[in-house]
Design a protein around this ligand. Structure first.
Ligand SMILES: C[C@H](CCC(=O)NCCS(=O)(=O)O)[C@H]1CC[C@H]2[C@@H]3[C@H](O)C[C@@H]4C[C@H](O)CC[C@]4(C)[C@H]3C[C@H](O)[C@]12C
Length: 314
């Protein structure tokens, strides 16, 4: 399972992050793609050369991002969507064809805003092409955010779907509209302190804080995590400054984190939050903490050589 969130600080700067929940890692690191890197799109997409930073692996000199952001403050994350995602088997004439493995890179290299991405996606085919035989096509959907808004991109048997994401979170299956509609089941949940009530002759007093959110789902399944992280994100008070907003990012994501032992996958292995990562557009910094080391490591874009044309990792 994975969960993602977007919000802005009191000055309107984007913060965007995700949990990567899986049974194992892929050797992922912070990967920096400088503007002058010679990106060769898999098909006919053009490269508009934004510098990109994010979490991923490098395969055949190509950055395969799990999540990333660019110098314009546009961020994207891929989350599992098996059973629903269905990409085109081959490229389609007169459309921009993008391989699923390069989708986050293509988004972050090419655009400066969510509006621009949404416009371009009207004529995009996402193709089920592998980068090589070692890596199967990952069946994903994506959340894309900037300082103004976020969208969810789902490519299914019925083609491309781009949803306005007015709740600014995402998890896994099912489709975004089902998650969004399911929130209505929880609109009774509020963060207010419950007042004592009288039932017959009895005065019933709350145990303490939190009772007004009774019914908020606590389990790790995707729909429950969506509700929980949406609730956390919607009610977190606005914060000033980098430190408090990075705290907000990691605390909000921790509300949907997977703890080893709570949830086994089909192969019997437990899922856990392998890492939590996120981007601050205010300071152009990528942050990351892993399951085994919760220390949040900050990697500013300025740590890399922007004048080089080589991929750089940390
Ligand atoms: C496993 C990750 C998704 C985690 C997630 O959503 N888990 C949910 C579990 S569940 O189904 O809901 O149970 C996804 C997110 C990004 C994916 C990676 C990126 O797409 C980049 C490459 C793409 C290649 O095609 C495959 C390897 C890969 C390196 C992918 C491996 C894996 O599929 C990743 C790491």
């Amino acid at each position: 399972m994975c969960s993602a969130v977007r919000f802005v600080d009191a000055e309107g700067n984007l913060y965007f992050g995700r949990n990567l929940d899986w049974e194992c890692g892929y050797g992922e690191k912070i990967v920096y793609t400088p503007a002058d890197y010679a990106y060769q799109p898999a098909f006919n997409a053009e490269d508009r050369n934004h510098a990109v930073i994010g979490v991923g692996i490098v395969v055949d000199d190509t950055p395969l991002y799990f999540d990333c952001a660019n110098d314009a403050g546009l961020a994207v994350a891929g989350l599992n969507f098996p059973g629903y995602a269905q990409y085109a088997e081959d490229s389609v004439n007169f459309t921009t064809n993008v391989a699923a493995y390069e989708f986050p890179l293509w988004v972050a290299r090419s655009f400066t805003s969510v509006d621009e991405v949404a416009e371009a996606l009207k004529n995009v085919t996402i193709v089920a092409k592998q980068i090589n035989d070692q890596y199967p096509v990952a069946m994903l959907h994506w959340i894309i955010g900037d300082a103004t808004r976020s969208i969810v991109v789902e490519y299914t048997a019925s083609g491309m779907h781009v949803y306005d994401n007015d709740i600014d979170v995402m998890t896994n299956q099912p489709e975004f509209p089902v998650h969004r509609a399911n929130l209505i089941n929880y609109i009774n949940c509020t963060p207010t302190m419950v007042k004592p009530v009288k039932w017959a002759g009895a005065e019933l007093k709350p145990w303490g804080a939190g009772l007004s959110a009774h019914g908020l789902p606590g389990d790790p399944n995707s729909m429950s995590r969506f509700v929980r992280i949406a609730y956390a994100n919607a009610h977190y008070p606005d914060k000033q400054g980098e430190k408090d907003n990075v705290t907000r990012l990691f605390k909000t994501l921790s509300s949907a984190a997977m703890i080893e032992g709570m949830s086994a996958m089909a192969d019997g292995q437990f899922e856990k939050t392998m890492f939590t990562s996120g981007y601050s557009a205010k300071t152009k910094t990528y942050y990351m903490a892993t399951y085994d080391d919760p220390t949040i490591v900050a990697t500013p874009v300025s740590d890399f050589d922007a004048t080089s044309n080589k991929l750089q990792t940390k």
